[in-house]
Design a protein around this ligand. Structure first.
Ligand SMILES: Cc1ncc(COP(=O)(O)O)c(C=O)c1O
Length: 392
């Protein structure tokens, strides 16, 4: 083979480590996108995705795009030019949503919080109640490592006549995402985070209220590729599958296998493993002088963002981590550039062994004694589950 990638431990903001079973699935022979055998795999994939999102939404499918395509699809289908749309902005991905909404011709109402803090739910609800067609929020803000609580927001959006649209790219299967229980109308994710598939697919789901908005649009979605009505003609097998675009067949093999791994572990066990992995790593990195940015109760389990102490050479250490130890972590973005590191705790990255490798390598590069950090890591993993509810 002409390209032989070096071994890498992917502990950045994504992509995350892809298990061999998923890579093997990807390498199976390609079949046609309209082959009935492939149709059966599509059915299974959609059903597994419903379980991952905790939804009964019939309109649940992987879009042929990365997470950003999921965002574009959300906006293209459920927002019309002139709609008043509230968007939570407390990091890069909220900014991107705001930008996508502006480009779609929406009247954008920003509700902001500092980068590194969650949004105030009362602010979001009040903005919706002042009149809005939709409220858009990022559940897992990967740029800061903050998880946005959503409790009670949907009821207030609903009463105000607004859809609740959510980015679950980083949180899906790594932290509770309870789509139906929370009353979220539509959401998207990405294949390369906690699902541990390669990048390239955007799990997407839409409920009845969102679909009613789509049916009642004054103008069709401006995007032909992401027009959900057309895409569902292919994905929703009821009347036979109509060709829309040539589905990325092998990527769907890979996603299906990744979702089977989630189902085998059990969703709640997987959330709990991510919580423990996050806490264990947090304790270990604190021993190296790297303190978590997120406040208690606002942390995003799959992504631990830590502040860099003065004097640490951000890009130099990350480059050495990659070239000498084969480990990738991510730097800060926007106002956090040069001031934070973002460490992925995603799927197979949320295990003791990869975390041990990271802690040992970082201790060496920072010229710190690794022992206290490794002890903290071990103690973190040994800690029995707190018993507190992990449902958020
Ligand atoms: C919260 C969030 N939203 C959207 C995206 C965009 O996804 P992608 O890079 O797969 O297009 C990302 C990617 O990191 C993300 O973390």
């Amino acid at each position: 083979m002409s390209f032989a990638p070096p071994p890498r431990l992917l502990l950045g903001s994504g992509p995350s480590p892809v298990p061999q079973r998923v890579l093997d699935a990807l390498a199976q022979p390609t079949v046609g996108h309209l082959d009935p055998v492939f149709g059966e795999l599509m059915e299974e994939t959609a059903e597994l995705l419903r379980a991952a999102f905790r939804t009964d939404n019939r309109a649940t499918l992987p879009l042929s795009a990365t997470g950003s395509g999921g965002m574009d699809a959300l906006v293209a289908n459920f927002v019309e030019p002139g709609d008043r749309v509230v968007v939570g902005v407390n990091g890069l991905f909220g900014e991107r949503l705001a930008d996508a909404l502006r480009r779609a011709g929406a009247e954008v109402v920003r509700v902001e919080a500092d980068w590194g803090r969650a949004l105030d739910l009362a602010d979001l609800a009040a903005a919706a109640e002042a009149g809005a067609d939709a409220v858009c929020v990022v559940h897992g803000e990967t740029s800061t490592g903050v998880c946005q609580p959503l409790d009670g927001l949907a009821e207030r959006c609903r009463a105000a006549g607004a859809l609740l649209l959510v980015d679950c790219v980083t949180s899906l299967t790594g932290q509770p995402v309870l789509l139906d229980e929370w009353g979220v109308d539509a959401a998207f994710s990405g294949s390369q985070k906690c699902l541990n598939a390669p990048p390239g697919l955007a799990p997407f789901t839409a409920g009845e209220r969102a679909l009613a908005k789509l049916r009642g649009r004054h103008t069709p979605p401006r995007s032909w590729f992401f027009d959900l009505s057309l895409v569902l003609g292919y994905w929703d097998g009821e009347g036979g599958r109509a060709y829309h675009h040539t589905a990325p067949v092998n990527m769907i093999y890979a996603l299906a296998e990744a979702l089977r791994l989630v189902a085998e572990e059990g969703l709640e066990a997987r959330w709990e493993r991510h919580r423990r992995a996050h806490e264990a790593l947090r304790g270990a990195l604190a021993q190296l002088g790297l303190e978590r940015l997120a406040c208690d109760g606002e942390e995003l389990w799959p992504l631990l963002a830590v502040a860099l102490p003065d004097g640490v050479d951000d890009s130099g250490v990350r480059a050495a981590l990659l070239s000498e130890h084969g480990i990738e972590i991510s730097g800060g973005l926007g106002p956090l550039a040069g001031r934070a590191w973002r460490v992925g705790v995603m799927g197979e990255g949320a295990r003791p062994e990869p975390q041990e490798r990271l802690v040992t390598a970082l201790a060496a590069l920072l010229r710190r004694d690794p022992a206290p950090a490794l002890e903290a890591l071990e103690a973190g993993w040994a800690t029995a589950p707190a018993g507190a509810s992990i449902m958020r």
